[in-house]
Design a protein around this ligand. Structure first.
Ligand SMILES: C[S@@+](CC[C@H](N)C(=O)[O-])C[C@H]1O[C@@H](n2cnc3c(N)ncnc32)[C@H](O)[C@@H]1O
Length: 197
């Protein structure tokens, strides 16, 4: 990237993060603990989860605006004030969330598997990302990962095993079930659970 393009790119990212900071301060500024879903898609899981957990602030993010719009429609219909859907990239979210806020649970359900080897770098389950999530997680926070792509399951399990911040659990079930769009399409799927040390 040429220097002026790089400056432009950096400026775009900081403007985006600044706007996200304001949105998140407004939404979750007063709750210091919350549940986070990354890639919340059409919002099926988190809307049902929030309805069943009225005392937990729930925030779902997705980079696809039309998916966030559909999820937000569900939120408005459900009238759940502790539920929020935000258009955001997961790394921008980590960089923009309020300083005192910590995750109690993190759900990553059917993330894009990026099956080609040369695209593995795009997978969300990476060391650096998990370290960033750990830094913003309360002690004992639970991370739930589910995929229908078996090679991604193996890769995610090995990344978690090698990461000192997370202890992988033997029992790999979600504490709450509501099938997502991708889960309904999957012939079978696999779940990993890890606890923040
Ligand atoms: C395969 S879909 C799964 C959606 C939903 N969880 C489900 O199971 O139906 C993956 C979702 O992750 C979103 N996504 C991909 N990368 C993301 C990122 N870096 N931050 C936030 N969302 C992301 C995509 O836009 C997409 O909606």
């Amino acid at each position: 990237m040429r220097a002026n393009h790089l400056n432009e790119h950096t400026a775009i990212i900081s403007a985006r993060r600044e706007a996200l900071c304001d949105t998140l301060a407004r939404i979750i500024g007063r709750s210091d603990r919350f549940v986070w879903e990354i890639g919340s898609g059409h919002g099926h899981f988190l809307t049902a989860y929030a309805a069943a957990h009225p005392d937990e602030t729930c925030v779902g993010i997705d980079i696809a605006s039309e998916r966030v719009a559909r999820a937000d429609l569900k939120r408005r219909r459900s009238k759940l004030e502790h539920l929020h859907f935000v258009r955001a990239d997961a790394e921008d979210f980590l960089a923009s969330m309020p300083q005192n806020a910590r995750f109690t649970s993190i759900f990553i359900l059917f993330p894009d598997p990026w099956p080609k080897r040369r695209h593995h770098k795009n997978r969300i389950m990476k060391h650096q990302f998990l370290a960033g999530v750990a830094a913003r997680s309360a002690k004992g926070a639970q991370l739930f990962f589910r995929t229908d792509h078996e090679p991604y399951l193996r890769d995610a399990a090995s990344v978690l095993r090698e990461n000192a911040d997370w202890i992988q659990e033997e029992t790999a079930t979600l504490p709450f079930e509501e099938p997502t769009v991708f889960q309904k399409r999957a012939a079978r799927y696999f779940t990993l659970v890890a606890i923040r040390r």
